[in-house]
Design a protein around this ligand. Structure first.
Ligand code: UFG
Length: 337
């Protein structure tokens, strides 16, 4: 297939582009580089030997995006583009809703105009809110008690895609609810390159281990979990990228939703220890107050994706720490260097 990757230069997009090319697909990337780097694309080209067409445009600006995509044919789209910082979304809700919703609306209209019937959407486990049971399966209620506009925008986009599919039954859409993506390509050539202070745990730990930051703040140690710290389901970004390829290759008309996670929860302190082991470096930390909006524990029940997509995670948390460390130590300033 020829696949359009919106936000294709980002962390998950770049790893997915690589996996799709290795599986024999062609990719076209659309990105406005507001939170990504052309260097990531260059490195995917270097790793795969492919030449990757890149369209620089803001998808939320529908006329600009339509003009930029004129004459660019594609059979399917994977919609990664969007803003993703939870805390920032609370401070700038209108920007988050505008960018994250307008981009989806523009893409859906463009696909219908072009008769492109396959869509994969980057959703998030955040739509489950504070789960009633763990591990969560796809039947768990979604869109209840969400605590930030970022999370709402993911849930709203799921609903928008369902409504668009109901009005255009030929559309085949897959909503992928990611758990916590971590790690990097094992080459260390591509990885996660957060701008400023990392919001997420693994990139923060990696910057502590490499000496860029003094210590990790552990947000809360009194949750009802194994050691009192928050528990999440960390999924290696290469496993996640393979999940996109599996979903894309099995799309049928209708809407399907899949959890992409490992099925195993790890606490903050377990991640710290795994990273110390993988890197051979100490990761000093101090306990800080719990972060507003965080849940104690969430992990995926990935059995639906395992069965229907014939996909499962094959990489461990230790693998993710090793690969994140390879990336971080070879690229201490990310793509900027
Ligand atoms: N944490 C720390 N210190 C830090 C950063 C994180 O202790 O400096 C803790 C958090 O409290 C949490 C765990 O590490 O217990 C993971 O936090 P992340 O910020 O890495 O990830 P979240 O689970 O909060 O959020 C992630 C994605 C969101 C997505 C959500 C879905 O970043 O985009 O999963 O569950 F919405």
């Amino acid at each position: 297939m020829r696949v359009l990757l919106t936000g294709g230069a980002g962390y998950i997009g770049s790893h997915t582009a690589l996996v799709l090319i290795e599986r024999g697909h062609e990719v076209v990337l659309l990105d406005d580089f507001s939170n990504s780097s052309p260097e990531a694309v260059r490195r995917v080209e270097e790793l795969t030997g492919a030449r990757i067409p890149v369209i620089e445009a803001d998808l939320a600006d529908r006329s600009a995006a339509a003009a930029a995509l004129e004459g660019v044919d594609f059979d399917a789209a994977i919609h990664f583009a969007g803003l993703k910082a939870v805390g920032e979304s609370v401070v700038e809700p209108t920007r988050y809703y505008r960018v994250n919703i307008d981009s989806t609306l523009a893409l859906l209209d463009l696909m219908r105009e072009r008769g492109v019937t396959r869509l994969v959407f980057s959703s998030s486990a955040t739509v489950y809110g504070d789960p009633e049971y763990v591990p969560v399966d796809e039947a768990h209620r979604a869109g209840v008690g969400l605590t930030n506009p970022y999370g709402w925008s993911k849930f709203m986009n799921e609903q928008i895609i369902r409504d668009a599919q109901a009005a255009w039954p030929r559309l085949g859409a897959v909503l992928l609810r990611y758990f916590n993506p971590v790690g990097a390509h094992p080459s260390g050539r591509i990885g996660e390159d957060p701008s400023g202070i990392p919001n997420n745990l693994m990139p923060f730990i990696a910057q502590v281990a490499v000496g860029k930051r003094e210590r990790l703040s552990v947000f809360g140690d009194a949750y009802p979990t194994v050691d009192g710290t928050g528990v999440r389901d960390y999924i290696h970004v290469m496993d996640l990228a393979e999940g996109h390829a599996a979903a894309l290759e099995r799309i049928e008309a209708g809407v399907e939703v899949y959890n992409l996670g490992s099925g195993t929860g790890s606490s903050v302190l377990e991640v710290v220890r795994a990273f110390e082991e993988a890197s051979g470096r100490p990761v000093p930390y101090a306990v800080a107050p719990a972060r507003a909006g965080d849940v104690a524990e969430i992990a995926a029940d990935p059995s639906r994706a395992n069965a229907r997509l014939r996909w499962r995670t094959t990489r461990s948390l230790a693998d993710a720490c090793r690969d994140a460390w390879t990336w971080q130590s070879a690229n201490p300033d990310g793509y900027a260097a």
